[in-house]
Design a protein around this ligand. Structure first.
Ligand code: ITT
Length: 203
């Protein structure tokens, strides 16, 4: 099946993610648009599976707009917390917290455990949905360790706490391109980009 429309909807409400999607997927053959152009799109509540959540976000957007849509479901998994917050990362610590407050909450949780492993990983499952066509999902993982306190001002979410394996700076101290080259989202979205090329006029 060949896609004719060259607009692709990036179905995320998270502005940090939106910027990364645009940079990672960028190609002159496609125009990427955001949900600001489709305020009518309504998403069902999220569940506890990255794959299911990512697929539902992309399929919901494709069905309600008629556009090829991409989305992701992602999160931070902390070894000492048994993999939490995981798919619940955006809501960890309760609703209405800022990124900074959520990171502070995570650090306080770890502090109560005392001297435990700081190993963590970011996980991203990205989904591509073609209206009246197939869906694709791809997973990316980025391993690292958590700092004792936040460091850096770039990025979003838990970036100031996370130092990727083999590096000494937090993701919030990386340039946008540096982060995208090794990040969970970069890995998942480059695989999605290959599906997009195969399924469309982009090939
Ligand atoms: P959408 O569902 O609208 O895309 P969201 O922020 O609610 O936005 P998720 O449910 O996938 O998206 O939550 C992912 C959360 O995991 C995100 O809000 C961050 O707190 C965290 N996260 C994911 N990727 C991250 C990254 O690259 N850097 C920092 N934090 C990240």
């Amino acid at each position: 099946m060949k896609i004719r429309e060259n607009r692709v909807l990036i179905a995320t409400t998270n502005l940090g993610k939106l910027e990364e999607f645009k940079r990672i997927l960028e190609t002159p053959k496609c125009t990427f648009v955001g949900l600001d152009e489709f305020p009518q799109v309504k998403f069902p509540p999220e569940g506890q599976s990255y794959f299911e959540n990512a697929r539902i976000k992309a399929r919901t957007a494709a069905r309600q707009t008629g556009l090829v849509s991409v989305a992701d479901d992602s999160g931070l998994e902390v070894l000492a917390l048994g993999g939490r917050p995981g798919p619940l990362s955006a809501r960890y610590g309760g609703p209405g917290l800022s990124d900074f407050e959520r990171s502070a909450y995570l650090l306080s949780e770890l502090e109560t455990l005392g001297s435990v492993s700081r190993l963590a990983r970011f996980v991203c499952v990205a989904a591509l949905a073609i209206p009246d066509g197939p869906s694709f999902t791809e997973k990316g993982i980025c391993r690292g360790v958590l700092l004792q306190e936040a460091s850096g001002t770039k990025g979003f979410g838990y970036d100031p706490l996370f130092v990727p394996e083999g590096h000494e700076r937090s993701f919030a101290e990386f340039s946008k391109n540096e982060k995208n080259q090794i990040s969970h989202r970069g890995i998942a979205l480059r695989a999605i980009s290959a599906h997009l090329r195969k399924e469309s006029f982009l090939s």
